[in-house]
Design a protein around this ligand. Structure first.
Ligand code: ATP
Length: 585
């Protein structure tokens, strides 16, 4: 397929806001590709060259992209920079400069999806001496052969600023529409996506083999599975009312890891399916020594543990193990314990379909005793009092709370269901849970903060039904100096000149950013607000009162943020608590 066709559709998507219309546009495009291109096209729509678990990230710096534009257009780098400053978008600047080329080379080759993808792939994967020059040449080659909006799309892609305004669910919608004209195959497609987290692979199987193709997808080592998530209920009594007899586990406040092993090969993935193996040589060793299975996929929470005092260390200490350098030394300084809590696959058997108690028993049987990997602490209860007692014990031991688990439920990959229910310790006057919000804009600093160029965040939650981000809070407190600097650096890379199309906001920040970065916020409460768009009805939405930043969640994607539905549930819970005095402390 010609790349110009893809760009025409991308341009149309940029001015379309209805989710249905976006899926229809994409579905038509998918229909017109062939079986060798569909995978590449789907990755292009996602703005990636391979799924996140490959660990390959295109991320080309703007400075290099400017050099490539200069080579291809004949304009000086200073001219490129000047126009970039004027337009506020390097893609637009590239389109304008390349359109001004005095003569279009006669030897221009029409770009195809395959050619564009292959160059992107090379740019993403080559490394070593001289690789930067090669990357610039590969990009310039594409630009020389590009016309009109192709130049803009290419530049936006390599700098991570595509503006299609879609997320994975729209691509899944479009695949279903491509085959049936409706969204009727979404359930089967979601299942496949939750088990592989690779939209390109699913699209190819679905395109070539239809429904049967994706139904054969099963857990496979080194294809990370999207995590099961926990619902919330206000107190112990509500949990027991919902689940009856259930298993209750300690909730460890570390980071969630999904461990894959086949033979001697081990890969550890983060919550958003990125490979992190190199960060945890101690855990890799423990997996090879303590796991008694040829192949396995299991999950656990890694948390820093002080052997001497037999106590858990705070999250701020655990998080320092997430690093690229000095890994071995840090592993010695801050040893981790991995509390294994789920078995998803072992020795060819898919455990995701089996009930929780069976998964737990099998996990126990496959785990040899040892210090580093331990089973999560669990008890069976059927009374609220027992649950409360266990909760109090966990909190007294410095843990976050508990997770109650339905003993008969399968592992619900990628979904927030009542198979797991969390109950966290909450502080007097605070919200019953933190909110994971997406940064959609920021404010320039005042006073001391001027030096960082950053003064606060405009944040939003996710309306997953309509796939838009709706504002919930402006956050100006809770930042360390290091974080101020970090936000300034990070946000400047994802800033955009206009409000992103998948953002619903009545507030205008100084600078908009692509919704990508997730932060955990705590607040005193949820209140009604005339200015925020979260859960907005009759000119009033919901907002966080006195929001504070507690964490930067690099392990979450924007669509993993707290949803609008969850915020509404939290608001209802808080009203009940005020009325009836229910207490989770
Ligand atoms: P979520 O993962 O639900 O989107 P989150 O990352 O903000 O949200 P919480 O909602 O506080 O975390 O709780 C769920 C998380 O708790 C799990 O993703 C997992 O990382 C962690 N966890 C800790 N202990 C356990 C356990 N025993 N069983 C399951 N999850 C656990």
């Amino acid at each position: 397929m010609k790349f110009s066709k893809v760009c025409t559709v991308f341009d149309a998507m940029e001015v379309t806001s209805s989710r249905l219309a976006l899926a229809d546009l994409l579905a038509k495009l998918f229909e017109e590709t062939d079986k060798n291109e569909i995978k590449k096209l789907v990755y292009l729509c996602q703005g990636v060259v391979l799924p996140p678990h490959s660990g390959i990230d295109l991320g080309m710096g703007e400075k290099y992209a400017e050099q490539a534009i200069s080579i291809a257009s004949g304009a000086k780098v200073e001219e490129v920079e000047k126009l970039y400053r004027k337009t506020g978008d390097l893609g637009d600047a590239a389109e304008q400069l390349l359109a001004k080329r005095t003569q279009t080379s006669l030897s221009q080759n029409e770009l195809t999806i395959a050619k564009v993808y292959n160059n992107f792939y090379k740019i993403a994967t080559i490394s070593g001496q001289g690789s930067q020059e090669t990357k610039i040449k590969l990009l310039a080659e594409l630009l020389v052969n590009s016309n009109g909006s192709e130049s803009k799309t290419i530049i936006r892609f390599v700098t991570g600023k595509l503006r299609l305004g879609i997320a994975e669910p729209t691509i899944l919608d479009a695949l279903s529409v491509m085959k049936t004209g409706t969204k009727e195959l979404r359930v089967a497609l979601d299942r496949a996506y939750n088990l592989t987290a690779d939209l390109g692979l699913i699209a190819e199987l679905f395109y070539t083999k239809g429904l049967t193709g994706i139904e054969t997808i099963a857990p496979t080592p080194f294809n990370p599975i999207r995590p099961a998530l926990a619902e919330r209920l206000p107190d112990a009594a509500a949990i027991v009312e919902k689940l009856g007899q259930c298993s209750v586990e300690a909730k460890y406040d570390g980071f969630r890891l999904q461990c894959h092993k086949q033979g001697n090969k081990v890969t550890i993935y983060s919550r958003k399916q990125e490979p992190m193996t190199h960060m945890f040589p101690d855990l890799v060793k423990a997996i090879t020594e303590q796991i008694n299975a040829k192949s396995i996929i299991f999950e656990g929470e890694a948390i820093a543990f002080d052997e001497d005092t037999q106590s858990f260390l705070p999250f701020q200490t655990t998080i320092t193990r997430k690093r690229k350098h000095n890994v071995k030394q840090k592993a010695k300084e801050i040893p981790l314990v991995l509390f294994a809590f789920e078995l998803l696959y072992a020795n060819g058997v898919d455990y995701t379909q089996k009930p929780f108690l069976e998964r737990r028993k099998a996990l126990q049987d496959l785990l040899k005793p040892g210090k580093i990997i331990q089973l999560s602490k669990t008890i069976t209860i059927d009374k609220a009092g027992q649950l409360q007692e266990f909760f109090d014990e966990c909190v007294a031991n410095g843990l976050e709370g508990i997770i109650a688990k339905d003993q008969n439920a399968p592992y619900v990959a990628g979904s927030r269901k009542f198979a797991w229910i969390k109950l966290k310790r909450s502080y007097q006057g605070n919200l019953a849970d933190t909110i994971d919000a997406v940064v959609i804009g920021f404010y320039r600093g005042k006073g001391k903060r001027t030096e960082f160029g950053f003064g606060g965040l405009l944040t939003a939650i996710y309306d997953d039904e309509n796939q838009v981000f709706k504002t919930i809070a402006k956050v100006g407190t809770g930042f360390t100096e290091e974080q101020l600097q970090w936000f300034n650096d990070t946000l400047s890379h994802i800033s955009v000149k206009e409000k992103p199309r998948n953002v619903d906001s009545l507030i205008e920040p100084d600078i908009w950013v692509t919704p990508r970065l997730v932060v955990t916020l705590t607040a005193d409460e949820l209140t009604k607000s005339p200015t925020h768009t979260c859960a907005r009805k009759e000119s009033e939405g919901l907002a966080l009162r006195f929001p504070r930043l507690t964490q930067i969640r690099e392990d979450k994607n924007a669509i993993d943020a707290t949803t609008e539905r969850e915020v509404i549930e939290l608001f209802k819970m808080s009203i009940k608590q005020k009325l009836y005095g229910a207490d989770t402390n």
